[in-house]
Design a protein around this ligand. Structure first.
Ligand code: PSV
Ligand code: MN
Length: 389
């Protein structure tokens, strides 16, 4: 007889789940071939927050919004008040040292001390923003590396990276943290200065307890066992945050759970197994771009995908699984795992939402709300926010 938990057994755990939205998901984005503008796209951080708040209103899942500096520079007291009025709060602050001519050959790793100082100062500016917004995490993703063998002194760059990160780390307040994101390639194609979790781990471990690794699910080579990395970082106490998205080829930034729902399930299983689920130490963020789909609907679909796979992972009969693993019963262990994965939780989740005063079908509710038509009519003139603004 199956001892798989019932949906009622897991509903309290689901109620505590929070997924942070990236402000940049609401702006226009595209590929290097074309950025398509869309009616209603936010023109400033205030309008991005309004769209994010709509996602939270309809799903109950996304009470926090991450900012990108300098894209979202504005009066942060006003922005925080605006967010609070709409029922959300400001979260992770993302630094940007990849869009200035000075950073062509690196920022925190640059050979030139002047440029390194400029990049460190850009991070100090982010910490100033965090002081105003009350944000906990500074997320650093570095577009640094080289394109050709021999172009750069990889060892020297690693040493300079340590020095620069140390200066930023020392500036963090008591309650603030740094999360260092890795990415195996792009925009550099030969070497990247923080290409993998091991390098991120080595750099943050050298700094101290307030420095953690950020795992972006789209930043691995095809075939990488990402859930193994999740397990290891949790085991080491160094998993600080997720950037969720999906990929078919490179860093596609598509909706999480769209390309490979089973991978998302496996990742969430390791999160739960490692004590990371609903842990205050881990920020569960989306890092996505919506190039062809409606952006607000894309964010709604994404948080629902995370919730759905979380529910399925929580349904694993862990007692029976542990026993099957202990006794070497391979087939039963795999069956238990797959039984949970194949459980369709969508009707239960719809009911659960209604019981919490939320729409059974948030995408449909969004379409019926008239919000998209309203912002398309209201947001006329000005410059639409987008990649690079
Ligand atoms: C670039 O790859 C990237 O998508 C990183 O994942 C960052 O998290 C994000 O941009 C925002 O800077
Ligand atoms: Mn990312």
């Amino acid at each position: 007889m199956s001892t798989q938990p019932s949906f009622a057994d897991i509903s309290d755990q689901l109620a505590a789940q929070e997924i942070e939205l990236p402000s940049w998901a609401f702006g226009n984005s595209g590929t290097r071939f074309k950025v398509f503008g869309t009616p209603g796209t936010p023109r400033d951080p205030f309008e991005k927050i309004a769209d994010a708040a709509k996602v939270h209103e309809l799903t109950g899942l996304a009470p926090q919004v991450a900012l990108h500096i300098p894209w979202d520079l504005c009066d942060f007291d006003e922005l925080a008040a605006h967010a609070a009025d709409l029922g959300v709060r400001l979260g992770t602050v993302n630094s940007n040292t990849f869009q200035d001519d000075d950073y062509k050959f690196g920022a925190l790793t640059h050979e030139d001390e002047r440029i390194r100082n400029k990049a460190v100062d850009a991070h100090f500016q982010c910490i100033d923003v965090m002081d105003r917004t009350g944000s906990r995490d500074l997320k650093i993703w570095l577009a640094e590396g080289s394109n050709y063998p021999g172009q750069a002194d990889m060892r020297g760059r690693q040493d300079r990276l340590h020095d620069s990160l140390t200066r930023i780390y020392d500036r963090l307040g008591e309650e603030q943290r740094m999360v260092l994101e890795y990415k195996f390639f792009e925009p550099s194609f030969y070497h990247t200065d923080v290409p993998d979790w091991g390098t991120s781990y080595a750099q943050v471990a050298a700094l101290g307890d307030k420095a953690m690794v950020c795992l972006d699910t789209g930043h691995h080579a095809p075939g990488t066992n990402i859930e193994f990395i999740v397990m290891q970082l949790l085991r080491l106490g160094k998993l600080g945050s997720f950037d969720f998205n999906s990929r078919f080829y490179a860093d596609d930034d598509l909706m999480v759970g769209a390309a490979d729902p089973f991978q998302l399930f496996r990742i969430l299983h390791e999160v739960i197994r490692g004590g990371g689920f609903n842990s205050p130490d881990i920020a569960f963020m989306l890092d996505q771009c919506h190039n062809v789909e409606n952006k607000i609907e894309g964010q709604i679909r994404s948080v629902l995908n995370v919730q759905e796979m979380t529910a399925r992972a929580l349904l694993i009969d862990t007692g029976a699984l542990t026993e099957a693993q202990r006794t070497g019963d391979v087939i039963t262990a795999n069956d238990i795992f797959m039984d949970a994965f194949y459980t369709d939780v969508r009707p239960d989740l719809a009911e659960w939402r209604v019981s919490r005063g939320l729409p059974a079908d948030p995408i449909r509710a969004f379409r019926e709300s008239g919000y998209q038509e309203q912002i398309a009519a209201d947001r006329v003139g000005g410059t639409q926010a987008g990649w690079g603004a």
